[in-house]
Ligand binder design. Structure first.
Ligand SMILES: Nc1ncnc2c1ncn2[C@@H]1O[C@H](COP(=O)(O)OP(=O)(O)OP(=O)(O)O)[C@@H](O)[C@H]1O
Ligand SMILES: [Mg+2]
Length: 266
């Protein structure tokens, strides 16, 4: 197995507020890791640290075996990690992220939106950008909507364009932050199906979701984040069916729509 992501003792504070408190996580290539936790537990902050939209306060992150940043010992004996912006731009190109609100460029067609990253960030030749746009829009089932503007697409279709846009960068790792939370219920399924097919193809993913049935069926590993620490992690059966921690049980019980046939929460 190949370790694609290794997070060691990751801490993130905003001023006096400690949001992530010593996160350790290893993700093998091809794994689908689902992150659960109540509002404010630090799920988005964790994903944003992985693609360096937020700079960790301390700790180490390595992607594909390569530590990000340069370590330096301070006079106090503490280790500080320095990050160069040019390195972070490279990381962001290799770690794709899909958000709750898809933020497509409204003045560009689906095709234009998907071509934009390969064109402006990767600076690939136009022909290759077009080929990627075609490939990845087809992959998310939108071959017939390539030339539509976002305003003429449903929310589910727009979110699939956002997924194609991230895939067109050919990332090593994909992060999904509540990618279906803003969608009408009838549109959730098509987006989850798209994510599921990526998992089936072996894409490595970290997924924050409240769709627990989906989490159960797609995850290779489930983490439960509580107050900035990983309270519990393991196979879907361990965390979602036989959770050890009371807080995990309370969280699961709070999801009334979550009904596994043999849910052993007491
Ligand atoms: N840029 C920021 N500046 C200050 N505080 C922040 C910032 N980003 C997040 N926080 C705080 O960090 C904590 C964790 O936020 P985060 O968005 O990671 O939680 P979450 O688990 O994703 O919650 P939700 O389920 O509501 O999306 C919250 O208390 C939040 O207010
Ligand atoms: Mg969040």
């Amino acid at each position: 197995m190949t370790e694609l992501l290794k997070i060691e003792n990751l801490n993130k504070s905003f001023g006096a507020l400690e949001v992530l408190k010593g996160i350790d996580l290893t993700v093998e290539k091809g794994e689908t890791v689902v992150i659960l936790g109540s509002s404010g537990s630090g799920k988005s902050t964790l994903l944003r640290c992985v693609n360096f939209m937020e700079i960790p306060t301390s700790g180490r992150i390595a992607i594909a075996g390569k530590p990000v940043g340069t370590e330096r010992s301070r006079a106090s004996g503490r280790i500080q990690v320095d990050y160069r912006e040019s390195e972070l731009i490279g990381i962001r190109a290799t770690v794709g992220m899909v958000f709750q609100h898809f933020n497509l460029f409204p003045h560009m067609t689906a095709f234009g939106n998907v071509m934009e990253g390969p064109r402006t960030v990767l600076k690939l030749p136009r022909g290759e950008c077009e080929a990627r746009a075609e490939t990845y829009l087809s992959k998310v089932g939108l071959a017939d909507k390539m030339h539509s503007y976002p305003a003429h697409l449903s929310g589910g279709q727009q979110q699939r364009v956002a997924i194609a846009r991230a895939l067109a960068m050919e990332p090593q790792l994909m992060l999904f932050d509540e990618a279906t939370s803003a969608l009408d219920p009838e549109l959730v399924g098509e987006v989850l199906q798209t994510i599921r097919s990526l998992a089936d193809e072996g894409m490595t993913m970290l997924i924050v979701t409240h769709e627990l049935g989906f989490a159960y069926s797609v995850a290779s590993k489930v983490l439960f984040l509580s107050d900035g620490v990983i309270l519990e992690q393991g196979a879907p059966d361990d965390v979602l069916v036989r959770p050890k921690q009371q807080r995990t049980r309370d969280f699961l019980r709070g999801h009334a729509t979550y009904k596994l046939p043999d849910l052993a929460i007491t």
